[in-house]
Design a protein around this ligand. Structure first.
Ligand SMILES: Nc1ncnc2c1ncn2[C@@H]1O[C@H](COP(=O)(O)OP(=O)(O)OP(=O)(O)O)[C@@H](O)[C@H]1O
Ligand SMILES: [Mg+2]
Length: 312
């Protein structure tokens, strides 16, 4: 077996949505506050950075290091709008935690404001809020396990109760291109379905990671989106990610870890490390990529169930 085990924690990073891990009691600054007022507020509220909001919209962000710089430069009378960092990188409440993890720590970003569909501020995430929430999720998922076992039991009987020469269950999900607000949703639903069907946790984790990467590739690299098809059989599972273009020029090249054609604006969102396909390969038992330039792309990912894996 060359595939690697995916930890529960890694799985949660991919499948948990930002909304679950964000802090909602966000303290905001107004653009005409003085830096002296900002300093007092940050000390009083024990925060080290805060978004600047005007008319419900985030227009900038100020961190404690901006305050310290203003102190050193004797510009504590400056107002927030003169000092704040713009533009502000934000993340959608429906996005996967993976997106925040990719962005935090890059270019000195230690906090990301969270916005809703109307781009209104609804929360904030930092490494600390993510860590605390994911630990909580692990605890909850442990406690829920017993309760879920009953439901899972019934669903997982599908394969035993229905006699045929070849029973399979097929799930289809449409994925829209460049729609980062709903990106990751299909992967979340697939994970939930597999849990209900009684697929073993180590397999669910591997499928969750692979399917997230496949979904993001449809979002990022296709012209008109595509679809994810999951075909579940008693002994194996196949995921197909299919689209109608633009296709891939050089298949060998894109399979090399680190190679990416993602444009700068996609990289600015934390994607485009060129690790998606490598990640899928690492998690699966077989991966096949078929494509022709100008045509569509078909990625087939296979997972075998029969191997003996340690349950968690
Ligand atoms: N469905 C697709 N259609 C067209 N090109 C694709 C498709 N999927 C992948 N590619 C090409 O393969 C390259 C490598 O994909 P891979 O998922 O490994 O990395 P990435 O998506 O660029 O970055 P990351 O996944 O790390 O965010 C992409 O940059 C893109 O050029
Ligand atoms: Mg990718």
């Amino acid at each position: 077996m060359t595939t690697q085990q995916i930890t529960k924690f890694e799985e949660l990073v991919y499948t948990t949505r930002i909304e679950t891990v964000m802090a909602t009691n966000v303290i905001v600054l107004s653009p005409n506050m003085s830096m002296a007022e900002v300093k007092d507020l940050m000390i009083a509220k024990r925060i080290s950075g805060s978004p600047v909001v005007q008319d419900d919209k985030i227009i900038g962000i100020v961190s404690m290091s901006d305050v310290i710089r203003a102190m050193e430069q004797g510009t504590m009378n400056s107002i927030v709008s003169e000092i704040m960092t713009v533009p502000v990188r934000t993340v959608s409440k429906d996005a996967s935690v993976m997106e925040a993890v990719n962005n935090l720590g890059r270019q000195g970003h230690s906090r990301l404001p969270v916005v809703d569909q109307d781009r209104r501020l609804v929360g904030i995430v930092t490494n600390a809020t993510i860590m605390a929430a994911l630990l909580r999720e692990m605890e909850v998922s442990f406690q829920k396990k017993e309760a879920e076992r009953l439901q899972t039991y019934r669903a997982s009987h599908i394969f035993q109760d229905i006699a045929s020469d070849d029973t399979s269950l097929s799930l289809r999900f449409v994925v829209h291109d460049k729609d980062f607000d709903t990106a990751g949703k299909a992967s979340s639903m697939i994970k939930k379905a597999l849990v209900r069907l009684g697929v073993r946790p180590p397999i669910v984790r591997r499928v969750s990671v692979a399917v997230y990467e496949a979904e993001m590739n449809l979002v990022i690299h296709t012209d008109v989106g595509g679809e994810l098809i999951v075909e579940i059989r008693p002994d194996k599972l196949r995921v197909s990610a299919v689209d109608h273009g633009p296709g891939i020029d050089n298949l060998q090249q894109v399979l090399q870890p680190g190679y990416s054609t993602a444009p700068q604006w996609i990289r600015d969102m934390g994607f485009g490390a060129g690790m998606g396909l490598a990640n899928i390969k690492r998690c699966s038992d077989m991966m096949t990529l078929l494509s022709e330039p100008g045509g569509g792309t078909r990625l087939e990912i296979l997972f075998n169930f029969e191997e003996q894996e340690k349950d968690d």
